[in-house]
Design a protein around this ligand. Structure first.
Ligand SMILES: [Zn+2]
Length: 187
């Protein structure tokens, strides 16, 4: 990913954040934690997405008459006449996938603005547009100032303990590890 694209993603995420809540630079840790709670709550995140012209729908698998899955649920985003629809899959027993949903929001903002209604992006593949959408999602949910503070809270005996950070973010090890690398907090 080019630095320019990365910067663009950061700008859009920052702008969206200012639009939806407050400028993160002036935010206290307490109000940031409130924002994070908002993102991690399905109903609240749905409201945030609706406030920028989107819809949020949980994708369900399709079954045959014997109850076997013939089409699994997927993460994808569809351009509509006036906005976009984000479909997300919720695995049983897994955390609410708010970061995956923000990833789809990243596509809606960065990659679909000039597309026709009906244009669909599926997020099973791996290419640079998906990387950009992940940077967007992590930038929105884990702004530098607060991610650094939370990382420092979890720094003991000369190392970062990712378990505590994972619990705060209710996200996968991979996302937390990657965010720390992006921000040069660890190597
Ligand atoms: Zn994607």
């Amino acid at each position: 990913m080019t630095n320019e694209k990365r910067f663009e993603a950061v700008l859009i995420a920052t702008r969206l954040r200012q639009m939806l809540t407050k400028d993160p630079a002036h935010l206290s840790q307490d109000s940031y934690r409130e924002d994070l709670d908002t993102l991690q709550d399905e109903d609240n995140l749905r409201i945030m997405i609706e406030s920028v012209g989107g819809k949020l729908i949980q994708d369900e698998p399709e079954y045959d008459e014997n109850g076997n899955i013939i089409k699994p649920a997927r993460n994808y985003v569809v351009r509509t006449e006036n906005g976009f629809i984000i479909y997300f899959k919720q695995e049983d027993g897994e955390h609410f996938p708010y970061l995956s949903i923000l990833h789809e929001l990243g596509h809606a903002f960065m990659h679909m603005r000039d597309k026709e209604a009906g244009y669909t992006m599926y997020c099973d593949g791996k290419d640079s547009t998906h990387d950009e959408a992940w940077v967007f999602a992590r930038t929105l949910a884990m702004p530098r100032k607060f991610f650094e503070e939370i990382a420092i809270e979890n720094f003991k005996d000369d190392k970062y303990h990712l378990k505590g950070i994972i619990e705060t973010y209710k996200e996968d090890y991979f996302q937390i590890q990657t965010r720390g690398l992006e921000l040069n907090i660890w190597k």
